[in-house]
Design a protein around this ligand. Structure first.
Ligand SMILES: Cc1ncc(COP(=O)(O)O)c(C=O)c1O
Length: 385
């Protein structure tokens, strides 16, 4: 196997390159016209992906953008979040989650998470609502769906929007529907290490709310007013200041080839998670306990251990490309000093930050790969007992 792909790890974070090699001919056929035809073909391919992705997510509309980070930011802006507003979210996430809030001029308010699946604890949300609260921003951490259905009545009672950070969970379902379906708007990352990744960067914003969709289109297209059929081709009118952040068409073409396989890859990720859970049962590692309604994807498989840094290093030394996501909680970052008055009242978030280790999951893993991960992890854990 090519060492540049696995970086020397027997079990790398992702073996997507193997799938990409198998899809080579389909990719080349999809990409060629983008380079050789007129540039307008790019917009068509992007729009085809948007339609197909929205259908996959059981939603009316999708807007393809350059990254999950920009997808979340546009979702916030399209919900009208701005200066002086508060948005309730979690602290054990990527900085893109809170940055989407602060970059709108609003303030993130952090809620503790469930020890079972590390997602926002719906029972603790209502106590954090103030007259300034405008939205809730749950995160489907590691591919575990946050209980957005339980957040819905809280949001409706207080007239709040729900913006779901589904960056890590494309393909996951909850209560029989794709993640994002219970939110007003959801943002997905299409970066390479995500469950549905391109070969570069990408993001998608999905909604069934027409007003939010119109604002997303406006913001993603410089703020230019849509041209009505009776207006001249030269019509120019900007009704907002927007951004130029479309998904690159080459990535859109690659993702269009990949989308029909998403269900199969999600099932494989789920089966790998189940095999790791069964294989590590009875060890000192705590594994995620998902709600019965939840049909997750596993972007990675998280274990909670007592000697986090040593276990992480030992796994890597043994050839398993383990990572630590996300630790420390964002409340510890210098950029956020003084921003979170309740930062010392998040016991579960803090504990996860000290204990979490992420094992790799990739649909291409074989039974031998999984057995190797289980045996190696077990013997590392025993050696630290
Ligand atoms: C939870 C979460 N939200 C948002 C993002 C941002 O996605 P992107 O890397 O595509 O900008 C990430 C990236 O890892 C993430 O983990």
């Amino acid at each position: 196997m090519d060492d540049t792909n696995t970086r020397g790890f027997r079990i790398p974070r992702s073996r997507t390159f193997e799938t990409h090699q198998a899809l080579r001919d389909e990719f080349m056929t999809a990409i060629e016209p983008l380079v050789l035809n007129t540039y307008s073909h790019s917009a068509q391919v992007r729009s085809q992906l948007e339609t197909a992705f929205a259908a996959e997510m059981d939603a009316k509309y999708a807007v393809a953008v350059g990254s999950g980070t920009i997808a979340l930011f546009l979702a916030m802006r399209a919900c009208g979040i701005g200066s002086g507003d508060e948005v309730i979210t979690i602290a054990n996430s990527d900085i893109s989650t809170t940055a989407a809030v602060t970059n709108c001029g609003a303030r993130p308010v952090v809620c503790d998470v469930l020890a079972s699946d590390y997602t926002i604890d719906p029972d603790q949300v209502e106590a954090l609502i103030t007259p300034n609260t405008r939205a809730i921003l749950p995160v489907d951490l590691h591919g575990h769906p946050a209980n957005v259905k339980a957040l819905r009545p809280i949001a409706d009672r207080h007239n709040l929007k729900i913006v779901e950070d589904a960056a890590l969970a494309t393909g996951a379902h909850d209560y029989g529907r794709p993640v994002g379906a219970f939110a007003d708007v959801a943002a997905y990352s299409l970066a390479p290490f995500k469950p549905f990744g391109s070969a570069g960067n990408g993001g998608m914003v999905v909604t069934s709310d027409e007003e939010i969709y119109r604002k997303l289109c406006l913001l993603a297209d410089y703020g230019h007013a849509p041209r009505a059929p009776n207006q001249p081709a030269a019509y120019q009118n900007y009704i907002a200041e927007g951004y130029n952040v479309p998904l690159d068409a080459l990535q859109a073409a690659i993702l269009l080839v990949k989308l029909p396989y998403l269900k199969e890859w999600t099932s494989k990720r789920r089966a790998i998670g189940e095999a790791l859970a069964a294989g590590l049962a009875g060890t000192s590692a705590r594994t995620p306990q998902l709600r019965p309604e939840s049909a997750p994807t596993f972007r990675s498989y998280t274990i909670c251990v007592n000697r986090q840094l040593e276990v992480h290093q030992a796994l890597r030394d043994a050839g398993i490309e383990a990572v630590i996501h996300y630790a420390p909680p964002i409340t510890h970052y210098s950029i956020y000093a003084g921003l979170f008055p309740n930062k010392d009242q998040l016991p579960v978030t803090e504990r996860l930050g000290r204990e979490i280790v992420n094992l790799p999951v990739s649909p291409e893993f074989t039974k031998e790969d999984i057995d190797f991960m289980i045996d190696t992890t077990k013997s590392i854990l025993e050696s630290f007992e």
